[in-house]
Design a protein around this ligand. Structure first.
Ligand code: S3P
Length: 173
């Protein structure tokens, strides 16, 4: 059966993995977490890849993992926050399925991130709420142009039911 892939894009803590997992369960698609695929492939955590091999290496690995995904195979893919912004990855995403940008305000991202261990987020290595918010705003400003190339943008906090409605409306599922 023909099933489009659905790529979830957005900043760290925008809900890609949680929503992706729930959506996949709901519609019987396979869930793919790109960060987990990279960790398995490299036998290192994301933080270790950044510190031992550097960001450039990580971005290349990320792009290779993306290229390895089959087109339209019924996958829900949680992309790493930087995926759309490097190596023409938006082209690779377009060739492989439909994309949804989860546009969550920086303040909400910062609040969620304050509950994750800072060692797990190499790009945002601070526990200071104000600094974290500033860094998220700065990064999102740079990335927005890439994220907005997604087929659909969902603003603010969302849930699986809303995501399902949007996808049905667009005849994706
Ligand atoms: C990154 C986001 C992370 C992970 C890596 C880099 C980014 O993934 O890929 O730390 O550049 O925003 P999540 O968005 O799943 O946290």
């Amino acid at each position: 059966m023909y099933m489009k892939n659905i790529f979830l894009l957005g900043m760290p803590s925008s809900g890609k993995s949680t929503l992706g997992k729930n959506l996949a369960r709901e519609i019987g698609y396979e869930f793919v977490d790109m960060d987990k695929r990279i960790e398995l492939r490299e036998m290192l955590t994301i933080a270790e890849i950044f510190s031992l091999r550097g960001e450039e290496y990580f971005r290349k690995a990320e792009s290779e993992v993306l290229q390895s995904l089959p087109a339209d195979a019924g996958l829900i893919v949680s992309t790493g926050g930087g995926v759309p912004c490097f190596h023409n990855n938006m082209d690779a995403i377009r060739e492989r399925g439909v994309s949804v940008f989860l546009d969550v305000p920086p303040k909400m991202l910062a609040d969620r991130m304050m509950h994750t261990r800072k060692n797990d987020r190499p790009l945002f290595p601070t526990d200071d709420a104000a600094t974290l918010l500033e860094e998220l705003e700065r990064k999102l400003n740079v990335r927005r142009a890439f994220y907005e190339q997604a087929d659909v943008t969902i603003e603010g906090e969302t849930d699986v039911q809303t995501l399902l409605e949007v996808l049905r409306h667009l005849s994706v599922i």
